[in-house]
Design a protein around this ligand. Sequence first.
Ligand code: X90
Length: 277
Amino acid sequence: MKRRIVSDSSANMQVWMGIDFVSVPLKIIAGEREYVDDASLDLPRMLDELQDYKGKSGTSCPNVADWLDAFQGADEILALTITSALSGSYSTAVQAQAEYKELLPEAKVMVLDTLSTGPEMVLIMEKIQELTEAGRSFEETEAAAREYSRHTHLFFALESMKNLANNGRVSHTVAALAGLLGIRVLGAASEEGTLLPLHNGRGWKRTFRAILEELEKYVFSGGKLRIAHCQNLTAAEELAEMITRQFGKCDISIHPCTGLCAFYAERGGLMVGFEGA
Ligand code: X90
């Protein structure tokens, strides 16, 4: 029995030391240029080049063959995707699941539409790993991961929503608030897996205060919280400190965005995944 955790690269995790884990890259496309969201991506350079690029840019999800490659060699697969409301990743993963089971009828494959992305996916994968270490069966692990994912949430605080709007992932009206007016948008992943704006404001202090208030409303348990940032470690650390002050000692860690999330969250953006009600 060989169990593997697989996720698309919107989880911002390329490797997981000592764990059978595979990340399936999404791609960022700007004219002739294609950036693959894997360990070889030069992120600062991608962000610089995108900033200078005046044409249309977008992204593409993994195809069925990409998922199949990632499944190859394992017989228990727990795969996670970015929300199906914003990407085709879930749909291609489900097709790969069917094909893999045709090739290998004994194999067990879960595909979880996380209705979220980034650090919320990290929490769910950590839960799967915990269950695996505790020796839980595939079925128990799948059920517990699905249940857990109903109690995890995602916030994001973005300086600009230009790429989200230009790619039809958020309305131009919502996006116009950010960027154009220099107002930061704080939002959440809705229960349907779409972007839900919660608050607009200038200055990080106000954004942090709004995040703390929203964490109360979403009943952050004071348990696990993961922050992903796009070239904004300072804000991530400051937020972590404020959360610790308000909620007491909790399990917080910070990591950088990789290609896909960096493209949409843009420079300065933060994403926060946490355990709630
Ligand atoms: O299939 C594709 O091309 C990928 C499309 C992804 C679109 C959205 C990515 C958002 C990443 C921005 C803030 C988080 C929003 C989460 C809402 C559920 C990061």
